[in-house]
Ligand binder design. Structure first.
Ligand code: ATP
Ligand code: MG
Length: 306
């Protein structure tokens, strides 16, 4: 048996969200009316979701020796995520995302990738990534850490399955640039827009087919309020979302990934995986923040999905 169910490999960010009276234009001025700071990063949110469900999870990442870096690592420890493959850089800044939300709820985001973009391929992360059933990859802004993901994927033993959520950042690179990763991907978890960017197919069912043709075994397309569409060679179809009162959709996709991967780890049918993904995402969006409302194993049990 592998040491971990899932190892995440993506950016670690502290999200600094300012409520503002208006989003400033160039040379303009606005003021903040509220502020909240939370830990984020797509793969990071997903491994926290999996930890809540009782899975064994770890992370490959990098933070700096600053307050943000310590907060990111401490929160992982609290959630039960193994942090032994998170490097602390002596110089530079930890990743941050500054968000400005106006009174209409429109958002402007500024990403400062910091040391996230300086992850080297080395013996330590190669070995760590080989001790898991699933290696879950999400995007980096810069090229260096992306190349490291490519190298890790190329050196993985056969028994490690790659799970890939490209996000808009990687989807925009297009298929040719992502070929190395897609060719080794077992499960792809894009939303409909990202799938179109990635495959050039407007219709998400066709996009999913295109990924299956490239050798991806399972595709789960996230469709927002509509739920998801799942596809493999054997099973295909839409799965309706769970109707809830939406408070904040931040991290919905990451929460979905946690639920879907949980289903795969527990050897559920794809249809059940999709239902669990929708359920975990629905809980996430009922409260502010990407991690606040992520359900525990008991919550899942109570829902009857476990
Ligand atoms: N309004 C909603 N009602 C119920 N469920 C929702 C709603 N919006 C999103 N979800 C759930 O969240 C999942 C992921 O949301 P979405 O399709 O927006 O992913 P995404 O675009 O990758 O999100 P993110 O911006 O977090 O990366 C959906 O598949 C669905 O299960
Ligand atoms: Mg997403």
């Amino acid at each position: 048996m592998s040491k971990f169910d899932v190892v995440g490999f993506g950016a670690l960010n502290v999200d600094k969200l300012f409520k503002v009276n208006g989003i400033a234009v160039a040379e303009g001025e606005s003021f903040a009316t509220d502020f909240a700071e939370t830990c984020g990063g797509s793969a990071a949110n997903t491994v926290v979701g999996l930890a809540r469900l009782g899975c064994r999870v770890g992370f490959v990442g990098k933070v700096a020796d600053d307050r943000e870096g310590r907060t990111l690592v401490e929160e992982f420890c609290k959630e039960g995520v193994d942090t032994s493959c998170i490097t602390v850089a002596k110089q530079g800044r930890s990743g941050t995302v500054m968000g400005f939300v106006d009174e209409e709820g429109d958002r402007a985001l500024y990403i400062d990738p910091g040391v996230n973009d300086a992850i080297d391929f080395n013996e330590k992360n190669r070995k760590y990534a080989s001790q898991t059933e699933f290696l879950h990859l999400t995007s980096f802004v810069g090229e260096k850490s992306f190349r490291t993901q490519e190298k890790i994927v190329e050196t993985l033993p056969e028994n490690v399955k790659v799970s890939f959520d490209p996000g808009a950042l990687y989807a925009r690179k297009g298929f040719a640039a992502l070929r190395t990763i897609v060719k080794k991907t077992y499960v792809a978890l894009p939303n409909a827009g990202e799938l179109e960017l990635l495959t050039g197919k407007v219709e998400y069912r066709k996009g999913a087919e295109a990924l299956l043709d490239e050798g991806v075994q399972v595709v789960a397309v996230k469709l927002g309020a509509k739920g998801c569409y799942i596809a493999s060679r054997e099973e295909k179809g839409p799965i309706e979302s769970v109707k809830v009162k939406v408070v904040d959709t931040t991290g919905a996709g990451d929460a979905f990934n946690a639920g879907f991967l949980y289903g795969l780890i527990r050897k559920k049918s794809l249809c059940e995986c999709g239902r669990i993904g929708n359920f975990v995402a629905s809980r996430c969006i009922m409260k502010m923040g990407a991690r606040t409302a992520l359900p525990t194993f008991s919550d899942l049990k109570r829902s009857g999905l476990e």
